[in-house]
Design a protein around this ligand. Structure first.
Ligand code: BES
Ligand code: MN
Ligand code: MN
Length: 458
């Protein structure tokens, strides 16, 4: 890499970090309306930073929900254009009492940045901004670049879907680059080549018309919390298979060869169990943990409530019970179809002594990205240079709903070059991001641009 670029990064390292810490201080929680103004302030801060770095046409684009930050640098129409996508919104920080330092007061401990959003995705978005700044200031930018940083990824990106349909011309590019995933280990670089889809449901079970005394009525009247637990339990059989009729119908069967390839990724069952402090693992029979979390669909309760959940004991037979249930989907499954199958099945199995309401909250489709494209090869080459090892292609279990739409609406393939670790506790208390990872990203991204421009020339 140009030594000039390296020296620029080296000379500005501390500022790059401090600016990220400032960004992490704004609580851009997209799910909670209470933070609406903070989400907007985060968008405005990014706008300012993009302008300072040298981007043009920088705009905070309003949507029906949270805004999208757009900016671009077109240096030469004959050069390839990279659309950089990321998100500046974060997950809610609770449970707050489990954080060892406040989620929006970033601190550095053991070479890790602790804050909500440090890894997912403000830290990874900011690597792109600083890599862009470094390329601009050293005159080494080799591709056109467009930035699209949204504020609703953690709530399903539905307004971004509308935005990209309405802005096809503005978003014209040759590929999409996303840093919002993980590598296997700091010593084992990888590039994500698959994401799962998602169908997210909420169910409400209603029993009697009001909360009842559980002694006076208990025994004769169905308890909706008990009923909900039974219904949920029946959604999986003893082999971990989901029992919704038709659920597996479209599931892409991964062949033996590909499964053998996947099994080469380093994985220690023992270390995995130890790190999670569980006595054993539990998953769909016939598949390895890596397969269970990537090529197989799942069903999980994300939250369940009803009745009395306060301090101490209150005897009550609740009127209502609720649960939030998500299904991770794999290629060829369709989230809308799965939501409908779920709804139909759930209503069918509900006993007549309760009423059920089923709502689909959001969904998104699974993706598999190519490993034979110029874009992938450029990313691979860049990581090989900075990590000293060729990255392994790996399918991830997480979801980024908009990626499927990049292909469908814009005809663009995506490269998922993330720098986080699965152990960074994203969405959990004490989310953190390694300084190693932050700086590795800033160092690798310019190389990606360099190789992508070179390889595109043929
Ligand atoms: N960045 C994550 C997705 C991710 C994490 C992919 C780690 C691969 C490895 C993203 O912000 C996310 O959390 N997505 C949500 C989906 C969304 C609709 C709420 C998810 O996967 O739960
Ligand atoms: Mn993310
Ligand atoms: Mn996330």
């Amino acid at each position: 890499m140009s030594t000039q670029l390296n020296s620029y990064i080296e000379a500005n390292k501390d500022r790059f970090l401090n600016e990220l810490l400032d960004l992490l201080r704004i609580p851009s929680v997209s799910a909670d309306p209470k933070y609406k103004n903070d989400v907007l302030r985060t968008a405005q801060a990014l706008q300012q930073k993009l302008i300072e770095a040298g981007a043009n046409k920088v705009e905070v684009c309003p949507t029906a929900g949270h805004p999208i930050v757009y900016g671009e640098k077109i240096i030469d129409a004959s050069l390839p254009t990279v659309l950089v996508y990321g998100h500046y919104d974060v997950q809610p920080a609770d449970p707050l009492d489990l954080w060892t330092s406040p989620p929006f007061e970033p601190v550095i401990k053991n070479d890790q940045i602790y804050a909500r959003g440090s890894c997912d995705d403000k830290g990874q978005v900011y690597m792109h901004l600083k890599a862009f700044e470094a390329m601009m200031k050293t005159n080494t930018l080799s591709c056109n670049v467009k930035f699209m940083i949204e504020g609703e990824e953690e709530v399903g990106s539905s307004n971004l879907g509308i935005f990209i349909k309405a802005n096809k011309e503005r978003l014209k590019a040759d590929m999409v680059m996303v840093s919002d995933t993980s590598i296997l280990d700091n010593k084992v670089p990888s590039i994500t080549v698959g994401l799962r889809g998602l169908a997210y449901m909420e169910v409400e079970v209603t029993g009697p018309n009001r909360d009842l005394h559980s002694g006076v009525y208990g025994g004769a009247v169905a308890n909706p919390v008990n009923v909900l637990c039974n219904l949920i339990a029946s959604l999986q059989d003893k082999n971990g298979k989901i029992t919704i009729p038709g659920f597996y119908k479209d599931v892409q069967i991964v062949n033996k060869k590909e499964r053998a390839e996947m099994a080469k990724a380093p994985f220690s069952r023992k270390a995995y169990i130890k790190e999670l402090n569980v006595a054993d693992l539990k998953g769909e029979k016939g598949y390895s943990p890596l397969e269970q979390t990537s090529i197989r669909p799942t069903l999980d309760v994300n939250g369940i409530w009803g009745g009395y959940t306060g301090e101490g004991a209150k005897t009550v037979l609740p009127s209502k019970a609720f649960a939030k249930i998500s299904m991770r989907l794999v290629p060829h499954q369709n989230s809308e179809k799965i939501s409908k199958l779920f709804e139909k099945h759930f209503k069918k199995i509900a006993p007549k002594y309760v009423k059920v309401k089923v709502t689909a909250l959001h969904g998104g489709e699974a993706v598999v990205t190519p490993t034979d494209s110029i874009a992938y090869k450029a990313a691979s080459q860049a990581m090989q240079e900075t990590f000293g090892k060729k990255p392994i292609p790996v399918r991830s279990g997480g979801s980024i709903p908009i990626v499927a739409l990049f292909e469908k609406e814009l005809g663009l393939k995506t490269v998922l070059m993330g720098f986080g670790l699965d152990t960074d506790d994203i969405h959990s208390p004490n989310e953190h991001y390694g300084l190693f990872n932050y700086y590795k990203g800033i160092e690798t991204i310019p190389l990606f641009f360099k190789y992508y421009a070179e390889m595109s020339k043929g």
